[in-house]
Design a protein around this ligand. Structure first.
Ligand code: HEC
Ligand code: HEC
Length: 238
């Protein structure tokens, strides 16, 4: 009986003394000889068709220089290219990983496997969701007011009165947030007559159709007038 109690006591003390003991500080020696950081890279949402790109760091924790002899990704559509195949002792290089996201779905996981000239191996993972991209199906002839395109390029403009709001929902996506130009030219400080004419009639291209009601667009003459007036008064530089 006494022996039994002392055994329990012993176990109890042991577990106590274990808890009291300070955790050993992680020494450099405990780092893996070859290391990819981060081990898991969450890229979040990527539009279908756009490249998912992540930059990892490959660390050489060996005391001698290494050469990366093998870099593999879990599928052929992933390109993984290091800045340098040679890494100095305690040095690092960047590894750029690009994934083609055409026709992929949610919850994608891609693994990267690397091997160095000393035989050390390391792996990392890239995760992301592919979300639908209306612009992927965009044909050269498709107008921005047609079919599903209208939900973003036509409908949000209907009945909007304030010119800055009109610009934000209807023009900024092509002409830039501050109207300084992006996919399409700058619209700041332009001639009001030119603005009114082109906004109403377009330029004969599917990307810049006539926004006037008479031309199949969403904007009334009054809306176009207000918008053109506001744009023409924007100083040349924001
Ligand atoms: C879900 C909303 C939405 C739909 C639907 C949509 N677009 Fe867009 N569009 C945008 C946004 C937002 C931008 C700004 C750039 C971006 O974020 O991709 C844009 C930009 C554009 C551009 C400028 C080029 C570029 O890539 O920046 C063109 C041209 C265009 N859209 C045409 C179309 C056509 C044609 C369709 C129908 C096939 C369409 N869009 C459907 C929201 C949409
Ligand atoms: C889907 C993209 C897209 C949207 C949305 C769009 N534009 Fe454009 N816009 C263009 C492109 C592209 C051009 C240039 C066409 C060319 O010159 O070939 C252009 C040209 C213009 C021009 C002529 C500029 C010049 O220097 O010749 C004006 C003015 C203009 N757009 C005003 C607007 C206004 C105002 C809106 C919002 C109501 C708007 N655009 C919405 C794509 C767009």
């Amino acid at each position: 009986m006494v022996k039994y109690i002392s055994m329990i006591l012993c176990v109890f003390l042991l577990s106590c003394s274990q808890q009291e003991e300070p955790q050993p500080i992680q020494e450099k020696e405990s780092l893996p000889a070859l290391h990819i950081q981060p081990e898991v890279y969450h890229l979040g949402d990527i539009k279908e068709g756009e490249a998912a790109i992540a930059t990892f760091l490959i660390r050489n924790n060996n005391k001698q220089a290494i050469e990366l002899v093998d870099i593999q990704a879990s599928c052929g559509c992933t390109a993984a290219e290091p800045d340098s195949y040679l890494i100095e002792p305690n040095g690092f290089t960047q590894l750029k990983v690009a994934v083609d996201t055409t026709a992929k779905q949610k919850g994608i996981k891609k693994s990267i496997f690397i091997t160095d000239s000393l035989g050390n191996k390391a792996t990392a993972m890239l995760t992301f969701n592919v979300i639908s991209n209306p612009h992927l199906k965009m044909g050269a002839v498709k107008g921005i007011f047609d079919g599903e395109c209208a939900s973003c390029h036509y409908k949000p403009l209907i009945g909007v009165i304030k010119p800055e709001k009109l610009y934000d929902v209807g023009c900024a996506m092509c002409h830039g947030e501050a109207a300084t130009g992006a996919y399409a030219p700058s619209l700041r400080h332009r001639n009001i007559k030119m603005l009114k004419t082109i906004i109403t009639q377009g330029v004969g291209k599917p990307q810049m159709p006539g926004f006037g009601l008479a031309h199949g667009g969403p904007l009334s003459t009054q809306q176009i007038h207000t918008l053109a007036h506001w744009l023409s008064n924007l100083p040349e530089k924001p």
